[in-house]
Every structure is written in structure tokens, then in C-alpha cells.
Design a protein around this ligand. Sequence first.
Ligand SMILES: [Zn+2]
Length: 478
Amino acid sequence: MAEKITPRATDYSQWYIDIVINAKLADYSPVKGCMVIRPRGYALWENVQHVLDGMFKATGHSNAYFPMLIPESFLKKEAEHVEGFSPELAVVTHAGGEKLEEPLVIRPTSETIIWSTYKKWIQSYRDLPLLINQWANVVRWEKRTRLFLRTTEFLWQEGHTAHATAAEAQEETLRMLGVYKTFAEEYMALPVLEGEKSASEKFAGAVKTYSIEAMMQDRKALQAGTSHNLGQNFAKAFEVTFQTKEGTLDHVWASSWGVSTRLIGALIMTHSDDKGLVVPPKLAPIEAVVVPILRKDNSAEVIAYAKSIGDELRATGLKVETDLDETQSSGWKFAEWEMVGVPVRIEAGPKDMQNNQAVLVRRDTGEKLFVAKADIAAKVKELLILIQQNLYDRALQNRLDHTYQLSTWAEFTDLMKGDAGFVEAAWCGSAKCETEVKEATKATIRNLPFALQDKPVDKPCLKCGVPGQHWAIWAKSY
Ligand SMILES: [Zn+2]
């Protein structure tokens, strides 16, 4: 199995595809740009959904569902929104054998359909805040497929909230960015930088967009989640007003926020290695696998021994599979379970049976431990915590090792031509400099990080040399 994976050092992008295909996470579809999510990939997404859904509900949100078909005229109501999304829209013009009077857009995001509905639901300050999340699919036309990272149809969640004041909308926007950061770091073992997007990178129709950005192993950035303060833009476009406590009439304030199946791409690219997928234990569909090592003379006894280990572990609440396939060698099975990223492998052979023990192997480091049978459950639980922490530490170290404070254009272009990485540098605030940097190096401003907000900007703009206005993180990105 393992020889099917192109080493990261040889071709990072092929390595990624090899893992997605060989770990059976996703497959290509007959329609270019779309993807099939296979059971192993979908199980990861279900775990992401499960945890995030709990976090949304704990912060007061409820789930609802809005239609995927949106009248085309709705998108035109918010000027920036339609301009931003037009190039990516898929439009239904015919249905039921007839040309439609008004074309229907397949949702690229749901602000318009949701705000047209909120108009009916919101009349008074007593109807606010309205805190709704939707789990759905969206379509944004892509010419090139990169499984999980860039596909025409993808799965996501989109939160859409309505508030009585600008301050509450801003508070909600940042609260949900914080939820994403917590989820990324504590569950995905993915260290992220929170910050504000530059004006040219903000969501079409937003007042402010914030993102969390992570560094992949090839030192490119991946935007792992976004949260937008929409101000009153959509409320004005859809005439959503409410009676305030004071009896006056005002437009409603809004936020929206989302993460998508791209997170699975981030998970793969951050933690995996040349043997295959590596899954953070907290999101692993299978936490440990028991593999019996069979010899001809006593295979039935060894199988029974392995089964009893699996049963004991499951009884303690662990998600464990016992691999009883007798048609493959144990070496082949080891490679297969490494490929799919199960955090802990438990090997049980005739000798282990004699000694009433097993060999535990960590997926992240390959370290082997001999453990007495009675202690296996406790040891596996301990290893899962250690692996989760090690994956986070490794990813953070990668980011720290490849983050640079640069102040000259020459240093910057040299770095982007070579190893690349994250660059903390001053920016004058002009879109012209951003465009020129992008054209020359393919690097963009990922965000203006909160972590550097209080540091005086004492350096000139990376590109034009005038006094800097903001600290920015520049990087190439997915
Ligand atoms: Zn500049």
C-alpha cells in the first residue's frame, strides 16, 4: 500500500492527492469540480460536525434549513454581493420541461434567501437576537478540482445572526471566530492565527471579515474559517427593520460565519506523512485497531486473544476495530492501518499471548510499547492524549520555524521564490501594494493578526516603503 504514496519531498501536491485517494477519503465525480466523499472521509466530517454543532448550541444557536434555489433577483439586491459571486454562480434556467420566468441560482451562500425570510420574522427588538445556523451544501463554480480544498460543490455550515445593535453584531462576529479557533486548535490540533482580512479579501457584502489561518507542511497558508460583520448591508437590501426599545425604527445588524469540508483538506495536509493519513485522536472515527499476528499452528487462539483485547477496549468506551482478515499478511495490514491514520495500532502475536501482553504502536511517531493486557485500555487513552498534543506541537513548531519578520522587498521576494513561509511585515494599507505583491510573488495578505495589533508599526510598507499602517501576515495560500 505505502509505495503508492508519492513522498512529500518529491511532489507535495501529488502526495496530498495520493493520500486522499489511497486512504479512501474522496473520489472524483463525472462532473468536473465535484467530488464524492467516501465513508472514511465522511466519518471525519461527521465528527467535525458533531463537535462544532455542540459548540454552536452552547453559544445559543439553533439549526434551521433554507432552500438551495434562490431567485436570481435576490442576489442582485446587494451590489457588492452580486459582483463578488457572479463569476461562480450556477443558474437553473429550465425546469419541468419549460423555461423559467425567473432563473434560479443554486446557493453559493445563503445571506439573500435568509434575509428575505428574516424580513417576515423580525419586527421588534423582542425578536432579536436571532441566532441561526444551517448545515448545507453550496455551489461555487470551479474549473479545477482539488479534492476537499477547492470543489464546485462543498459541504459547510453557515451561521446567520441578526442583532439590535452594531456592537452586538461585532461581538457575535468575534465570538464565532473564537469558536472556530478553539475547535481548530483543540480538536484538529491545528494552530491558527486570528485576524482581520484586508478590504480586498473581505466577503462580498461584509463590513469586516475575520479569518483563522493555518500553515500547512509546505508552508502555504490555508484559511480554515471566516466570520463576517455584515453591518446593516443585507438588512437594507431586504428592508429588514425592527422597532427599537425606544420606539424608533432601525435596520437590523448582522453577522455570518462558516467553515467547510476544506477543514478535512487542512487536517490531511497538516498532520499526514509519507505513510499516509494521520488523524488527530479527538476526531478519529477509529481510535485504535487490534491486529492479530497469525502463525499457522495456533491462529485460532491468537484470533480469540486479539478479539478479547478489542472487546475489553470497546467496553471502556474506546472506538476500536479488530482486524480479523485472514487473507492478508500482518505487514500488509500494518501499512493499511497506517494509511488510514488510526492513531494507535495494537499488535497481538503468539508470543504476546504467552506473555499476556500486546505491542502498542503510535501512528504519529512509530514508537512501540510493550503493555500488559490489563493495562492496555489505560495506556491507549494516555497515548491518544499524547498524540493529540504532539500533533499540535509539531504543527505549531512548523509555523514558528517558517515565520519571518522581514522589512525589505528583496528579502521578501527571495523567500517567496524559495522555501516560502509566513512573513510578518508592515503594510501601508493600499490595495495597489497588495496587488503588486500578489502579481510579483503570488503571496497575499492572509490577515492582519490580532496577536500583532498592539505592537507599534515601526517599519515601512514591505512593497512601497511609505510608513506602515498595519502589521500583516503575508503568505502563498490554498
Ligand atoms: Zn505600500
